[in-house]
Design a protein around this ligand. Structure first.
Ligand code: SDX
Length: 390
């Protein structure tokens, strides 16, 4: 028979991947990193402490965390030659394209050091990625502004160093703002892992070929950049701005979404796994008001987002399809209040997700049973046929 479809086979391949890193219950809206509920980690922990938890499986002792922090600080400098790499790119380059290509370029400075089989090198690459991705990200931001790059200041903590690289200038020192630092640290925690999402599955698939961690993470960044995945946080702000600038009512916009006019979607809504409220979206929404108030900012975009959510949650179209806000729906409003341009939003997602990518790659790489990834195919093409006689 020709033209078979997956439905003819009566099933869709659901081969599952085993992992100890993160647990999600999509119906109950539960998310736990190594067994700890995300709500408790967001409230009580820090980005680096959670990164250690994800990568090594247990919370670090105070000494372990201090040593981890110190090692990361001592690896923040990029090779000077990478500046030529950045100068070759147009200032209009999308920061996601900059950081994914910069990570591939970074690996060329550690050619023999990026082996997957040497535990010492895997450890060093882990530290280098955690230390250098934020610097590369800030360079992408500065590049887009036409501003000079700053050098990392190892006296500063992880988040403060990153904020200073983005918002400090050669002309004046960066004043740390504890509200900004704490808010960004929490947002990064909320993004650190999410089991077998598209970008993490990409990192695992690339890593399963024994490609090194730089190459695997660079591939993950590219997967994350899509507007159906991490790129959604940027797409949400574009959607809100389009509604505001068009003068279209929120109700009319929602009608267009329901009628699927021009394929328009309610960005920041829906999820492959959560068929309930994404627990991260709830935490972000709760902190959005607090962060904007603490920063002394009021943004009509936040009110517009809340109005949009309210209408959608009461509408049968979204209820029947179990569409709720996901992690991307409210984050952009906070990133905007912090001063990040919209095109940096998904870069912030990538910095947050890096520890999860590393944890999954190391979990897979350490397992001797790991086989090269090879997704099963259901053939639905033509049956055998002869080439026509000529
Ligand atoms: C992330 O996997 C992860 O864990 C990802 C992530 C992580 O931490 O790594 O959580 C991060 O990527 C969050 C998702 C960010 N993406 C967006 O916000 C983009 C908008 N959302 C959609 O594109 C969609 O909801 C997906 C891609 C997120 C999920 O798609 P599904 O589960 O495959 O849903 P579907 O496409 O099968 O849709 C089911 C129905 C369809 O309607 P019908 O054909 O049945 O009439 O729901 C509709 C869809 O049209 N639908 C939407 C919608 N999402 C689904 N309609 C309007 N707006 C939407 N956002």
């Amino acid at each position: 028979k020709t033209g078979l479809t997956a439905l003819d086979y009566g099933f869709v391949n659901t081969a599952a991947t085993a992992s100890k890193v993160t647990y999600i219950d999509g119906d109950e809206g539960i998310l736990r990193y190594r067994g700890y509920p995300i709500e408790q980690l967001a409230e009580n922990s820090t980005f680096l402490e959670v990164a250690w938890l994800l990568i090594y499986g247990e919370l670090p002792s105070a000494d372990e965390l201090a040593a981890f922090d110190e090692r990361i600080r001592r690896h923040t400098l990029l090779h000077e030659d990478l500046k030529h790499f950045f100068s070759a790119l147009p200032h209009t380059a999308h920061p996601m394209a900059v950081i994914s290509s910069a990570l591939s370029a970074l690996s060329t400075y550690y050619e023999n050091g990026s082996s997957s089989n040497d535990p010492e090198q895997v450890e060093l690459t882990t530290i280098r990625l955690l230390a250098k991705l934020p610097v590369i990200a800030a360079y992408a931001h500065k590049k887009s502004l036409g501003q000079a790059f700053l050098y990392p200041d190892n006296r500063l903590g992880f988040v403060d160093n990153f904020l200073r690289l983005n918002f400090g200038t050669m002309a004046e020192p960066y004043e740390s703002n504890p509200v900004l630092t704490r808010a960004l640290d929490r947002l990064l925690i909320l993004h650190e892992d999410h089991e077998q999402n598209a970008s993490t599955s990409t990192v695992r698939l690339v890593g399963s070929t024994k490609a090194n961690l730089y190459a695997s993470v660079s591939a993950g960044i590219n997967a994350l950049s899509g507007p159906l995945h991490g790129g959604a946080n940027e797409a949400v702000l574009q959607m809100l701005a389009q509604i505001r600038d068009s003068g279209e009512s929120v109700q009319r916009f929602v009608e267009r979404v329901k009628n699927k006019e021009d394929g328009v979607k309610l960005m920041g809504f829906g999820h492959r796994v959560y068929k309930n409220y994404d627990p991260r979206a709830k935490l972000v929404k709760d902190s959005a008001d607090e962060v904007l108030k603490d920063l002394g900012i009021s943004d009509p975009m936040l009110d517009l987002a809340k109005e949009l959510e309210q209408i959608a949650l009461e509408d049968d179209y979204f209820k029947e399809r179990r569409l709720y806000p996901n992690v991307d729906f409210y984050t952009g409003v906070i990133y905007k209040a912090m001063g990040f341009p919209t095109r940096m939003f998904t870069v912030l997602f990538a910095i947050g997700r890096l520890p999860g990518w590393i944890a999954h790659w190391r979990e897979m790489n350490a397992d001797p049973q790991t086989k090269i990834g090879r997704p099963q195919q259901l053939y639905t093409g033509s049956a055998v046929r002869d080439f026509p006689r000529r």
